[in-house]
Design a protein around this ligand. Structure first.
Ligand code: SF4
Length: 376
């Protein structure tokens, strides 16, 4: 089921802009820095048990422990403290996150939809996932942005959007009914950890959490990291429609961000994805990810027919003002997939992108000083 393909192309990593903007990413690969999830595993809690607290008290402990994590992280990354000499705590920051995630499952709000279903009782929300994660494939992906390949990509089924043009609709939307799984296999956290180990042993530059959408699987992703030990970059490849709580659980853990930013106009976004307040939610989360971590990020923007002035330009304006150090992958691979070609309301989208539309987008990025060539 899992394909391992060998491929190395390191010349892009010598690019001066990549070296400057992706320092943590490159240093973890060289063993000079430590992946954030490993620091979270060494960050101690000031309590001995997790089950005596309300959810609010647990979030308060999380907030307090984050300060300890940040301090430890700086000391280790700056070489003032040897990672190997830090004792392993009885309960770690990562354990706390796993525990909080298990409670959120009772009233699911990993994403902004806040369905409130009890996934532990097999109730299903918009994404239709119970507590179990389903993986369709995991392999060394050579189709990602050049600095990321080979990327140890793990594809989950299910999504928090229902894009009418989705190119991955068989795994994001039509992967199965409640009783019958059409795509993928159910997988437990320990097995996910074994997949990560295989991918990193075979040369993955990062572990790339994707789908579908990784957000409904936060609980199993965090748990799998408690079994994993390798110093490998954790990369979040997502539509970024997480709730504030979902973001809080992963923002300290991920080293690198690969967010989508597709729409500026909320009404159009809703028609395309069934997601409310697309712009406010996704930019809130992208900004948090950017500000909180090392600012190592590639924002993916898919240019769509007749949407360059309406979506692409304001999105690029926002990126140049709010995430100045991020690269933007200006993507020209729009295809009228899935339901779009059957929907008469969107006949204007039922064609490939014109060369001049992509060029307009890229010229505008150049005008704003956005770097895109290295990653597009
Ligand atoms: S992950 Fe989002 S869509 Fe899925 S059940 Fe939870 S809140 Fe609903």
């Amino acid at each position: 089921m899992f394909r391992i393909v060998s491929f190395r192309n390191d010349s892009i990593l010598q690019n001066p802009a990549i070296k400057k903007r992706f320092e943590h990413y490159l240093d973890v690969q060289n063993g000079k820095k430590i992946a954030h999830y490993l620091i979270a595993k060494k960050t101690p809690l000031s309590i001995e048990k997790l089950n005596n607290f309300t959810i609010q008290e647990l979030w308060d402990i999380h907030k307090k422990t984050r300060k300890t994590f940040n301090k430890l992280n700086h000391q280790v990354q700056d070489g003032k403290l040897s990672f190997k000499e830090i004792p392993t705590p009885q309960i770690s920051f990562l354990d706390l996150k796993v525990y909080i995630a298990s409670i959120i499952l009772n009233n699911c709000h990993f994403c902004e939809r806040s369905c409130g279903v009890d996934r532990t009782k097999n109730q299903r929300g918009f994404c239709r996932l119970s507590t179990e994660s389903v993986i369709t494939s995991a392999f060394l992906h050579i189709g990602e942005e050049p600095p990321l390949i080979p990327s140890g990509t793990i594809f989950f089924t299910g999504c928090t959007f229902k894009c009418i043009f989705c190119q991955n609709w068989t795994i994001s939307q039509e992967w199965g009914s409640i009783n019958k799984l059409k795509e993928g296999r159910i997988i437990d956290p320990q097995s996910i950890s074994q997949i990560m180990a295989d991918l990193s042993k075979n040369g993955a530059k990062n572990i790339n959490w994707v789908g579908g959408e990784p957000t409904p699987n936060i609980h199993n992703i965090l748990k799998s990291l408690t079994f994993f030990k390798e110093n490998v970059i954790q990369l979040w490849n997502s539509n970024m429609y997480l709730s504030p709580e979902g973001m809080d659980l992963i923002v300290d853990i991920m080293d690198f961000w690969l967010p989508d930013l597709k729409f500026y106009e909320n009404q159009f976004a809703y028609e395309m994805t069934q997601a409310q307040n697309y712009w406010e939610i996704t930019t809130r989360n992208i900004k948090q990810a950017y500000d909180f971590g090392t600012k190592e990020m590639i924002i993916r923007h898919l240019v769509m027919p007749e949407r360059v002035a309406k979506d692409t330009f304001p999105i690029l304006d926002w990126c140049s003002q709010k995430t100045e150090q991020a690269f933007v992958n200006i993507m020209g691979q729009w295809r009228p997939e899935h339901k779009i070609h059957r929907n008469s309301a969107y006949q204007n989208l039922n064609r490939r992108l014109k060369g001049e539309e992509l060029q307009d987008a890229r010229n505008y990025a150049d005008k704003l000083g956005i770097l895109w060539r290295e990653v597009s």
